[in-house]
Design a protein around this ligand. Sequence first.
Ligand code: SF4
Length: 371
Amino acid sequence: MRADPVEQPGSSAGEGDRRAPAAGAHARGLAGAGEPLVQVRDLVKHFPLTRGIVMQRRIGAVRAVDGVSFDVHRGETLGLVGETGCGKSTTAKLIMRLLDPTAGEVRFDGRDITRLRGARLKAVRREMQIVFQDPYSSLNPRKTVGSIIAEPYAIHSLKRSKGERKRAVQALMETVGLNPEHYNRYPHEFSGGQRQRIGVARALAVKPKLLIADEPVSALDVSIQAQVLNLLSEMQRRFGLTLVFIAHDLSVVRHMCDRVAVMYLGKIVEIGPAEAIYDFPRHPYTGALLSAVPVADPTASRRPRPLLSGDLPSPANPPEACRFHTRCPKAQERCALEEPPLEDKGRGARAACHFPLTREELAAIGVRSAR
Ligand code: SF4
């Protein structure tokens, strides 16, 4: 593999501020330095529920994202975790402006991008890219890998000559561990892991500042998952990317993230440094997710059952006050009457819970990280 086949971001004049120097998931010292790259404030996305075909009547709304606020610092990896349907992918699409928010604000690199349109939105979109969950449906089966990876060049009018594009695409293919000679092959000729590498190469083509990986390994075999995670970590370190990593499994993001935000029914219920969240989660939902992580332990069969039971309530009709109270083993009367604020629980972490977990309770549900 060549040392660095892709033009290094920030190497050209005027691009020097586009990336953090040698950052990456483990550049913890950088996280929090200066203004955050992404600032999300009170973000809301409600999808209307309608009845009728000709005369459509609004009968309610799916509250997919319901008042979410967080920052993503330059060069860090933020893990966005929660069960399917909790609103994490919708949050990602709102940040990228693939969806218009119902309310709230998204600031990117110091600019309010919430209401941008046309050419100005297109220019911002060049700075943020996404890798989708399903490497099978996210690539056009009728296009060659070369034209798929070159697509962003066409959209953003970059590298106009055919030869220049081909050289850039082949360099990208080599960077992500694909054989550049397979430039003219079609997606069906690649394995799932290789297809996800194609998705990563396409995302890196326009040298984004922010990369959102939306459950990038969920559709892959376990044996391939580690390769794709390593690739994302390597790309982040190499190009100083800021990474938002979406997953439904806390164990997947454990070794990648500087900070973790846990979502439940459209709200963030706990957020903080990864060490704090994994060592001493305070929200019962985070504790339940951690207790459900399988461990290679011969005594595991004697462990208590995970404390999370039942299905996720409908986001069209979420429970009042604390949304987790219908499933929470610690729920008390106050939980159904009063919404808990997202407040400081120590070690830089915040949780929305009136009766946060204690270390004894964590140990009782078999969360091994509790000391
Ligand atoms: Fe459970 Fe009450 Fe905390 Fe909600 S506020 S997570 S119901 S203990």
